[in-house]
Write a protein that binds this ligand. Structure first.
Ligand SMILES: [Ca+2]
Ligand SMILES: [Ca+2]
Length: 246
């Protein structure tokens, strides 16, 4: 139990697991507050932010990756990669339930990889730079779909693959984005020749789309889904986090 007030305060709890329970079963994080609001009339509210779980290692508490998006970032799960060392500047935001990469400054966009939107472990806060978060399996057929538009029409590239020892692409497809939101769908079968045990990244590369332009420019993404074919029917593969950006 803890006493919540009407101003945002930080609450911290420490506990040690004594080994008498079966901790192999995955746990939930919950806050219960029914009695807090007992007898009141609506509207009432409860605000939560900066949820994290740390573990003591050699006497020092260090972050775990147990809670995803504990700081409630609206663009959770995604990150932008920009050639900021050459002067390109921009940021991700959520607008009308979609993910928007806004480029305020553009510079030296002579390679497609110089501007990317990525979902991987680094974007999710669960791993280091270029560590993937998506588990694909050899021999299976996948369907990836998303809605996209940009401030300028042209070619962008959809990529699923893993980093580590160089980049290995599982699916790499160019598509023509327009200034209207349209749905793009890609199907691919993993042929078993690559090492799919390495977790993969989802990426859209778009550096050349914006080559030679001045800012602001933008790229909008929504409704990212990865489905897997099971007995001839595509079902949600449960790989992408926050694909609908809601
Ligand atoms: Ca926050
Ligand atoms: Ca949406």
């Amino acid at each position: 139990m803890f006493n919540v007030t009407t101003t945002l305060e930080t609450y911290t709890f420490e506990f040690t697991l004594d080994g008498e329970l079966d901790y192999t079963v995955l746990a939930q994080f919950k806050l219960e507050m029914g009695l807090l609001f007992a007898g009141l009339t609506g509207p009432q509210s409860f605000t939560l932010d900066n949820v994290k779980i740390q573990v003591s290692e050699d006497g020092t508490f260090v972050d775990t990756t147990l809670i995803i998006n504990g700081d409630f970032k609206p663009t959770a799960g995604y990150r932008a990669f920009l050639n900021d060392w050459e002067g390109t500047a921009g940021s991700l935001s959520k607008l009308n339930g979609a993910l928007v990469l806004t480029l305020d400054a553009l510079s030296t966009l002579d390679q497609n990889w110089k501007v990317q939107i990525i979902q991987d472990a680094f974007a999710l806060g669960t791993g280091a730079d270029n560590v993937g978060s998506l588990q694909f399996e050899a021999g299976k057929t996948y369907k990836v779909s998303f809605d996209a538009k940009a401030s300028v029409a042209g070619e962008a590239t959809f990529i699923i693959g893993h980093a580590g020892g160089g980049f290995t692409g599982y699916a790499v497809e160019a598509f023509n984005v327009t200034t209207e939101l349209e749905t793009y769908t890609f199907e691919f079968t993993l042929d078993g020749e690559l090492d799919y045990s390495v977790l993969a990244q989802f990426k859209i590369e778009m550096g050349l789309l914006f080559a030679g332009l001045t800012g602001p420019q933008s790229f909008t993404l929504d409704n990212i889904a990865i489905e897997v074919s099971v007995d001839g029917t595509f079902v949600d593969a449960q790989l992408i986090i926050n694909g609908d950006m809601e």
